[in-house]
Design a protein around this ligand. Structure first.
Ligand code: FES
Length: 142
């Protein structure tokens, strides 16, 4: 079986699909290699992510990874969300095939972009290094 049951579950029944009209942070990222796009919306109250939704124009692994990533950051602080790594998402999904790892990078980057948007909109100071492109996916065989 190429994909774990968790991947299949999150692909078939993705959690938190949609958008938030009055989101406090919105992040949109694209994968230059495959052309897939992911958008994440965050509702933030007193530094806590109280709601999160995502939209993905992407492959099944990207859908599963975004679904899992939204579940992992909901109810957590924005600082916690920034530490979410694509590896943690892949682990939570019980793995992805090597050539699909880059799809999980898209989820991590969308979360980070949404937090950056929240910081920018609210004039919250941050170290720009935090948002240097964290990963170049060396596994992408597209
Ligand atoms: Fe593009 Fe998975 S995100 S192939």
């Amino acid at each position: 079986m190429l994909y774990s049951e968790k991947v299949m579950d999150h692909f078939r029944n993705p959690r938190n699909v949609g958008k938030l009209d009055n989101a406090d942070g919105v992040g949109e990222v694209g994968n230059a290699k495959c052309g897939d796009i992911m958008k994440i919306f965050l509702k933030i109250e007193e530094g806590i992510i109280t709601d999160v939704k995502f939209n993905t124009f992407g492959c099944g692994s990207a859908i599963a990874a975004s679904s899992m990533a939204t579940e992992m950051i909901k109810g957590r602080s924005v600082e916690d969300a920034l530490t979410l790594s694509n590896r943690a998402v892949v682990e939570a999904l019980d793995g992805l095939p090597p050539h699909k790892i880059h799809c999980s990078v898209l989820a991590e980057e969308a979360v980070r972009a949404a937090v950056k948007d929240y910081y920018d909109k609210n004039g919250i100071a941050y170290n720009p290094k935090l948002f240097k492109n964290a990963h170049e996916c060396e596994h992408c065989h597209l």
